[in-house]
Structure formats: C-alpha cells, structure tokens
Design a protein around this ligand. Structure first.
Ligand code: SIN
Length: 285
C-alpha cells in the first residue's frame, strides 16, 4: 500500500487503489492506515451511492444518521450539497465538530466522496485530538482526566435551528426535540484500536463539563473559560491538516480522534459530496 504523509501531524494520501475492489487484507491495511494517520485521502474514485455503501460496510456496520434524510434509494448515504445560488446559506459541517459525538456510540469513521467541487474554496480542515492530547502539560492532562463532557445536538438540530437548515435546498434536514438529549463521554479517551489517548472535545456538541472545579460557570478557571480554552487548544493550527478537494476524492477520517470543519468560502459555486458513516463504540477513558 503506497502511503504518502501529508503533514507531520495527521493526514496521508493513498494512491493506485480502487475502493470498489479491495480484498480483506487490503481492508485491514486501510483501516490501520486510517487509525494511524487519522485522515486518509484516496483520489480518483468513482463511487455510486451503492458502491460507497458497499465500501463503508467493509469498514464496519452502518452508523445511523440522525436528522439528515438520506439519498433516495440509498438509506445509508447522505448528500452534502450547497447550490451556487446559496452563497448566503449556512454550510453543513461549517463549525468545528466530530460527527455525531452526541450519540451513545458515535461513528468511528466517516467516508466523504467529492462529486462536484468549487474551482476555488470549499476545503475541509481536520484537527488531530491525539496531537492536542499529547501536547498537554502533565498538570493539565491530570486535571482534564477527571472531566466528563456533556454532548448534545441542541445547538445544531433543535427546532430553533430549522430555519438555518432549510436554507439548503439540496438537503432535507429535519430538526427535532430529540436534539435536546444529552450524552456523557470522558474528555480524555483511549482509542479502541490504537490505544492512543485523545482529547475528545468539540465546541459544537460539547455543551457542558462535569468535574472538580466546574461548580461555577464563571471565573478564569470556570466551565465557560475551560470550554473556550478547549476549543482554542484542540483546533490550534499546529494540530491541523487542510484538504483541497478534487472531484473523485474520497476522504475517510477517524471521528474518534479528530474534529473537522468545512470552509464556507466558495460563494457562487456548487459543492456536492456524498457521505456515509461507520459505526463506532462508546468512547472510553
Ligand atoms: C461534514 O461535516 O460531514 C461535511 C464536511 C465537508 O463537507 O467538508
């Protein structure tokens, strides 16, 4: 398997592979490469929604997608699309997040396939939460190890957000009160396949912190200050990899150890992706 690293932190490119014809040994190599490099770019693919579903199944069972309606006839595939006429619209995935971290068992992997890309702009950026963890000083790591993060989709998919989602004519996103549910995950997690630790935080779905010292939201060490610090730390540019898309790219990333953001800088141009997600397990300390 010919892998090329794309930064000194995370991201690798795999060439000369057709994701429609992988044998079991190749699938295992691919999976190990994604876990090791956290984001894997596989250019030059031509996957129909059915092919993308089949490929995702090689990585593991389907992870159900809440709130976003799937592509007709392909219940496991969603289309991420913004029309050229929707310059002012919100960008799906346009704030730092880890996919569906508010679920009891968030997806392990996401597979995103570029169907149509803007001439300029529309890149995606990932941050390694493993690197963010490893760069912590000992005292901070010990403190964070006692913290539980409360995840919820309330700021993204509760009915108050319906107007935002309805700006995207090519996506059918149905908000609901289910978004108000919360899920508790340790802030420092151990990756179930690599054993590496990471800082499992994202400012979109982590809505509160529990642990010693967070009795008050206020003050320089309170919950609000810590949430803001965690966001700045985990998305610092030194932990990131930015991908400039070409049509046909497939990017597969590990949600357990990364966050990502889709940049909304391609006004007047169309961008279309198809996305599948692969089941994961409950994050564990
Ligand atoms: C997502 O957050 O899943 C979408 C990312 C992108 O469109 O680049």
């Amino acid at each position: 398997m010919h892998l090329e690293r794309l930064t000194g932190v995370l991201g690798a490119r795999l060439v000369d592979v057709d994701l429609r014809s992988l044998d079991e040994a190749r699938v295992q190599e691919l999976r190990a490469a994604i876990c090791a490099h956290e984001v894997l770019v596989v250019p030059g693919q031509d996957l129909s929604p059915g092919d993308q579903t089949d490929f995702s199944h090689l990585m593991g069972p389907y992870s159900p997608v809440p709130f976003v309606q799937p592509v007709d006839g392909h219940p496991e595939v969603i289309r991420v699309v913004k029309e050229a006429t929707e310059s002012e619209a919100f960008n799906f995935g346009g704030v730092w997040h880890s996919d569906f971290s508010f679920l009891p068992a968030p997806p392990a992997f996401t597979v995103l396939h570029a169907i149509e890309v803007p001439d300029v702009g529309g890149d995606t950026v990932w941050a390694s939460m493993t690197a963010a963890h490893d760069a912590l000083d000992d005292a901070t790591r010990e403190r964070l190890d006692t913290v539980t993060a409360i995840h919820s989709a309330s700021a993204s998919y509760s009915p108050a957000q319906q107007g935002l989602h309805s700006q995207l004519s090519g996506m059918d996103i149905r908000t609901s009160d289910d978004a108000l549910e919360t899920e508790r995950h340790p802030l420092l997690c151990t990756h179930p396949e690599t054993g590496r630790r990471s800082l499992y935080f994202n400012g979109t779905y982590v809505r509160a912190l529990e642990g010693p010292g967070f009795e008050s939201e206020e003050g320089p060490n309170g919950e609000a200050a810590m949430m803001s610090w965690l966001h700045d730390w985990t998305t610092h540019i030194r932990f990131t990899f930015r991908h400039r898309w070409s049509a046909g790219d497939v990017v597969i990333w590990d949600n357990r150890s990364t966050q990502h953001v889709a940049l909304n800088d391609y006004g007047g141009q169309r961008r279309e992706m198809t996305r599948t997600t692969v089941a994961g397990s409950a994050p564990a300390a």
